[in-house]
Ligand binder design. Structure first.
Ligand code: BGC
Length: 394
């Protein structure tokens, strides 16, 4: 058996726009419905988790997973610049209270990709007062966060800065993989870091929160002779964001696959490699590599696996992938890297930024009836969590 340390947290993660439904005030909703959009499918009702969050948390509790990471929707809380909806604050407060009632520890993300339309119209992260707007938003949600220990300020700032494109041309994200994407916009990266630090200051002054941000680690791997090139390619794309977490309370690692780097940059996935429903290479070891990189870039900062998972229609591959990822995670921890918890992405089959087709969920959702069906993988992960140990496959 591979044992995990006492107090290790097991759970699953979601994000508001991907599950709530009818998230009409976000930049994403606007883009989903813009004439000529390249987005394949709109988010629509998504999983209707805006109304069914209790049911979702109940499933999590029933299978034995004790931590739930979910995000607040800024566009609901502040639908117009400067107007903060008390009713929406109450809604998210109910989510925190419900989690607690069910014995679940909430981890709350303040920003997970979507922004209010008004903020988008003003330039989003390019807006001159972007840091100030995010700071005020953080202040406004303090009543929701009261008593919550773990706060994620910004989800995957490296992807957010990547999607920002250059200053003249925002990139429409076609895929969430780094392959073929531009490097993160350095100006936006700096703004996001300033926003992160400012939010952390607000939190530090308000309570005993433990905050951090979560980075999409890309597991860039060099072809022989391309070691230097790979370091230079990867640094602005993920390592910089991990390094910027020095001094934070924890740093989130979100790992899915790897990208090989040859003399001319990223290489396509070999034709014979197993691919997941997102078209990514099946590569469970990405988690161990991401955790080791986080530790190298931010030594001494505890790591939290805030996302790791696979889009597949074959639930037995989900179990195999997760088992592989956890085995690698355990190896990194055995080398002395402090890791506080593991959250599987995602709890539900959700809106994967343009399509419902890539199913990452531990739980299936009928898109017409919203009926939830827990998959065998949810029970398997719940058993691992209860045992706080993984049966080693060797
Ligand atoms: C994001 C999630 C996304 C997941 C799988 C991460 O980049 O934080 O929102 O659904 O990867 O694509």
């Amino acid at each position: 058996m591979l044992h995990f340390p006492e107090g290790f947290r097991w759970g699953s993660a979601t994000a508001a726009h991907q599950i709530e439904g009818n998230n009409v005030n976000t930049d994403w909703w606007a883009r989903e419905h813009a004439p000529g959009t390249t987005i394949a499918e709109p988010s629509g009702d998504a999983c209707d988790s805006y109304h069914r969050f209790r049911e979702d948390m109940q499933i999590l509790a029933d299978v034995g997973l004790g931590t739930y990471r979910f995000s607040l929707e800024w566009a609901r809380i502040e639908p117009e610049k400067g107007f903060v909806s008390r009713a929406e604050l109450d809604h998210y407060r109910r989510m925190v209270d419900t989690a607690r009632e069910l014995g679940i520890e909430p981890m709350v993300t303040l920003h997970h990709f979507t922004i209010p339309r008004w903020f988008d119209a003003e330039g989003g992260w390019f807006a001159p007062d972007a840091v100030d707007r995010f700071t005020r938003f953080t202040e406004s949600v303090l009543p929701v966060l009261d008593g919550v220990e773990l706060i994620c300020t910004i989800n995957e700032p490296n992807m957010v800065a990547m999607f920002a494109g250059d200053d003249s041309a925002p990139t429409e994200p076609a895929t969430l993989q780094a392959f073929g994407q531009p490097a993160p916009n350095p100006r936006v990266a700096d703004v996001l870091l300033a926003a992160h630090r400012s939010a952390r200051e607000v939190l530090a002054a308000a309570g005993p929160f433990r905050s951090g941000w979560t980075v999409a680690t890309q597991d860039f791997q060099p072809e022989p002779g391309c070691e230097e090139l790979t370091r230079a390619y990867g640094y602005p794309r993920d390592a910089w964001f991990l390094e910027a977490a020095r001094g934070d309370d924890w740093v989130g690692v979100q790992a899915y696959t790897r990208t090989k780097i040859g003399p001319d940059g990223p290489l396509p996935i070999p034709a014979d490699a197993e691919k997941t429903l997102t078209g990514w290479e099946y590569y469970p070891r990405a988690l161990e590599d991401g955790v080791r990189l986080a530790h190298a870039m931010a030594p001494g900062v505890p790591v939290f696996v805030t996302e790791n998972g696979i889009a597949t229609a074959d639930d037995s591959r989900r179990i195999a992938y997760t088992r592989g990822a956890l085995t690698g995670l355990h190896a990194a921890m055995a080398d002395g890297i402090q890791v506080e918890g593991y959250l599987y992405w995602s709890l539900l089959d959700n809106y994967e930024w343009g399509s419902f087709a890539p199913t990452f969920g531990l739980v299936a959702v009928d898109r017409r009836t919203f009926l939830r069906t827990a998959k065998p993988s949810s029970r398997w992960l719940g058993e691992v969590a209860r045992a706080n140990a993984l049966e080693s496959s060797a």
